[in-house]
Design a protein around this ligand. Structure first.
Ligand SMILES: [Zn+2]
Length: 128
């Protein structure tokens, strides 16, 4: 499963010099906008691969799971996890496209909703 969240940190009260929801080329090799790194870039990469995956002779399905309201308290992830396991029962691996400064993060606290985004509550298939 490739997973991420579709929401972004709210912009209210922040001093943006342009519309934060319009992608802007900074002419410095970077693109700017709210959520471009966390996580629109990852989602765009994943979605751009879908046409190739549809044509590929996959040995296993690739699931895409996108949650919502992650930035304001991990509201969407629990229902995503619940519905996924109701329908598919298991998956071999999950890659969450959170920005980690190019450092792999292979585990994370689970079940603690006080932690910020990227925190997956325990599912029925995950060990304690
Ligand atoms: Zn995030």
């Amino acid at each position: 499963m490739l997973s991420g969240h579709t929401d972004v940190v709210p912009v209210a009260g922040q001093p943006w010099s342009s519309d934060p929801f319009t992608l802007r080329d900074g002419n410095d090799g970077r693109l700017y906008g709210r959520g471009t790194c966390d996580m629109k870039g990852f989602i765009a990469c994943v979605l751009s691969m879908v046409p190739a995956w549809v044509k590929a002779p996959l040995q296993q399905p690739i699931y895409l799971g996108f949650s919502y309201d992650e930035e304001i308290g991990c509201v969407g992830a629990p229902s995503l996890i619940k519905r996924f396991y109701e329908r598919y029962s298991s998956t071999a691996h999950v890659i969450v496209g959170e920005p980690t400064s190019m450092q792999p993060v292979v585990a994370q606290k689970r079940g603690d909703k006080s932690a910020h985004h990227g925190n997956w509550p325990r599912s029925p298939q995950q060990p304690s």
